[in-house]
Design a protein around this ligand. Structure first.
Ligand code: RFL
Ligand code: PHB
Length: 390
């Protein structure tokens, strides 16, 4: 098989890239290790930055989101024994975010590619990248048969555990990492959500109340990394959540049986560069953020914005300018998101090993948000997502 761009990974990054390229008449093949139903059953991100919302609209992927998603003008932080603080993104940036789930976006992307005759190979095993600095090709097996895809470029959109990042030689690749000794136990429940997205700081750990649509809520509580979803019965989860929320919010939560429960680890990770020869990394293949701030999916989409523009310029304008600056440009935005995700994680979580000095700094950061308009403006600007560079 021959194609222009071989895309490894059919998550949101790979599928959006394939869709955007197809609209510019650029041919791609997506190789996905899992079955389509497995990909579509994963429940992950739920908050879209303004730039992601606009990108989906621009590419004809916003019909359901605009009908069922919830527009967000900011996020509420509530703090045990302190005043509330609202990250007022509408006031400080004039931009609106949206609560809309990754699962629904991925469903729409698969539907769009299937409608347009896109080539998606699911259950592709043993995917391997070859000659990425020369004449690139990708091999895989399916149903016991060997296959080979020759291409001009490879887009590595295969998430944190995929093979693409490893195709950059170890002496070239630089990795930066921070791990945290806790994770988030999350549940999905078929009940109307609170009106606002809420992060609640509490001495027992952070709690998050989030939304998917007017009938579907998502909640999280901080838990030690060693905990498993089975350790958290629905009763235990609701008790922890309601205890961590102030009464005025706890009273509004509509509890019910969970339809999904999972543990999300928290990790900050960046691999540089994002380009090696004809291989370009996008999304979780190259960087991970902790979920505080809800940046992971948005970063995957901004990478796709930069990478699709670069490939379109290559094929349509015969210019490699954007390909040559892809890594540098994407990484500027990646590091901004890493910073804000790390900062919010530090602000809102209880760290088992924090000393009194750390604790004073954290309390001071929150007090500063309550008092200082420049601090409020800066946080809103970073939280809403940096604009895409020209
Ligand atoms: P994905 O979604 O991981 O998709 C990568 C795809 O590549 C496939 N793959 C392979 N394909 C072929 N061959 C191989 N050898 C392959 N190895 C892997 C995988 O099956 C998969 O389909 O990465 P992408 O597209 O870059 O999208 C990134 C987002 O999914 C991610 O940033 C967010 O979901 C992160 N994230 C969250 N972000 C938020 O903003 N808010 C959240 O609440 C949130 N919750 C989460 C999350 C990530 C999680 N992971 C990765 C464990 C919860 C979880 C559990
Ligand atoms: C979600 O709705 O899943 C969500 C919300 C806020 C976050 C992370 C995830 O920071």
């Amino acid at each position: 098989m021959r194609t222009q761009v071989c895309i490894v990974g059919g998550g949101p990054a790979g599928m959006l890239l394939s869709h955007v390229l197809a609209r510019a008449n650029i041919d791609s093949v997506v190789l996905e290790r899992q079955s389509k139903s497995h990909v579509l059953e994963r429940i992950r991100a739920g908050v879209l930055e303004h730039g992601s919302v606009e990108l989906l609209r621009e590419h004809g992927l916003a019909e359901r989101m605009d009908r069922d998603g919830l527009v967000k003008d900011g996020t509420l932080i509530v703090w045990h024994e302190k005043d509330d603080f609202f990250i007022d993104t509408a006031r400080w940036t004039g931009k609106r975010m949206m609560a809309w789930g990754q699962t629904a976006i991925t469903e729409d992307l698969y539907a769009a590619r299937e409608r347009d005759g896109g080539q998606i190979v699911c259950e592709a095993d043993d995917v391997a990248l070859h000659d990425v600095t020369g004449n690139p090709y990708v091999t895989y097996t399916k149903d016991g048969a060997n296959h080979r895809v020759d291409c001009d470029f490879i887009a590595g959109c295969d998430g944190f555990h995929g093979p693409s990042r490893q195709a950059i030689p170890a002496d070239v690749r630089r990795e930066f990492e921070r791990t945290y000794p806790f994770g988030w136990i999350g549940i999905m429940v078929e009940r109307p959500p609170l009106q606002k997205l809420v992060y609640a700081y509490h001495p027992d750990g952070v709690a998050i109340a989030s939304q998917r649509n007017p009938r579907l809520s998502r909640y999280y509580v901080q838990a030690p990394m060693s905990d498993k979803p089975e350790d958290w019965s629905d009763e235990r989860f609701w008790e922890a959540l309601l205890n961590r929320l102030p009464d005025k919010l706890a009273n509004q939560v509509e509890t019910g049986p969970s339809i999904e429960k999972s543990m999300a680890p928290l990790r900050s990770f960046v691999a540089e560069p994002m380009r090696w020869g004809k291989l370009f990394l996008a999304g979780d293949a190259s960087h991970i953020v902790p979920p505080t701030g809800a940046k992971g999916l948005n970063l995957a989409f901004s990478d796709v914005f930069y990478l699709s523009r670069a490939l379109i310029h290559h094929y349509v304008e015969a210019s490699d300018h954007y390909l040559d600056c892809y890594s540098e440009m994407a990484l500027r935005r990646v590091w901004a998101a890493e910073k804000i995700s790390w900062w919010l994680t530090r602000l809102l979580h209880v760290f088992p090993n924090a000393d009194p000095f750390d604790e004073k700094l954290r309390q001071n950061d929150y007090d500063q948000l309550l008092r200082s308009e420049p601090a409020q403006h800066a946080l809103a600007y970073e939280y809403v997502g940096l604009p895409f560079e020209k």
